[in-house]
Design a protein around this ligand. Structure first.
Ligand SMILES: C[S@@+](CC[C@H](N)C(=O)[O-])C[C@H]1O[C@@H](n2cnc3c(N)ncnc32)[C@H](O)[C@@H]1O
Length: 228
């Protein structure tokens, strides 16, 4: 795969332990799972549905969705993140399947999922415009894409991934979430909607956010595969 993708994978593998520990903060965990469960339940078809979590990382979304009764597969290209997700998975009776896989070109049969989801992933895809049509192909008619993201690096990504220029990650320095919505629309989804996640903003204000980050409003961006 590309040198850029290698840099992305290495970054997340190095960061995986700290990222995952932060996701598991005990003082926030119960509120967090409750808030995210409500957000995903409202966005997705009724359980049990077949759901693909792209860029699953240490599996936060995949585990919340499995808890809602969905049949979940989580894919990621960072070995460190996958290792963390698998450590959590072995503790569950009915865990999500965790696999190494590319969010831009997921290797699954056409029409094998009811939903493709992702959290904090659109911004870091090397080619989001190529990814969305691939997700549409995986969806059964009327299936849903639901992505959570924000305008994390509106002032530029800087050297997060080493000396790669910002422009190589098309959504990293988006100034408006409408840029993400527009990529979903142009990728073939219909009824694209943007919903601000006020409940998560409130939790971030109460508990604070990761070192080096500011509290920022996050958004759920959804779209449906056309009925054919
Ligand atoms: C900010 S983390 C988000 C993790 C998780 N979704 C969450 O909500 O905590 C971004 C993740 O996207 C993954 N990622 C980036 N590009 C990817 C790609 N092309 N295929 C699979 N995973 C990718 C990274 O390895 C990393 O685990």
């Amino acid at each position: 795969m590309s040198h850029l993708q290698d840099s992305i994978n290495e970054y997340w593998t190095d960061r995986a332990p700290a990222y995952d520990d932060y996701q598991q903060r005990p003082e926030r965990r119960a509120d967090d799972i409750g808030a995210w469960a409500r957000i995903w339940a409202a966005a997705l078809p009724s359980a049990p549905a077949d759901v693909l979590d792209v860029g699953t990382g240490s599996g936060h979304v995949a585990f919340v969705l499995a808890g809602l009764g969905h049949r979940v597969t989580g894919i990621d290209l960072s070995e460190g993140m996958i290792a963390r997700a698998r450590e959590h998975a072995v503790l569950l009776a009915e865990p999500p399947a965790i696999r190494v896989g590319d969010a831009v070109a997921p290797d699954f049969a056409d029409r094998s999922f009811d939903a493709v989801v992702g959290r904090y992933v659109m911004w870091t895809l090397r080619d989001p415009a190529a990814a969305v049509p691939n997700w549409v192909r995986l969806l059964r008619p009327g299936g849903v894409v639901a992505m959570v993201d924000s305008t994390w690096f509106a002032d530029g990504l800087g050297n997060l991934y080493g000396d790669r220029p910002d422009a190589t990650l098309p959504l990293a320095d988006a100034r408006s979430i409408d840029e993400t919505a527009s990529v979903l629309e142009q990728g073939g989804l219909v009824d694209v909607r943007v919903t601000p996640l006020e409940s998560i903003l409130e939790l971030d204000r109460q508990h604070g956010v990761a070192p080096g980050h500011d509290v920022q409003l996050q958004y759920l961006v959804t779209g449906r595969a056309p009925q054919v």
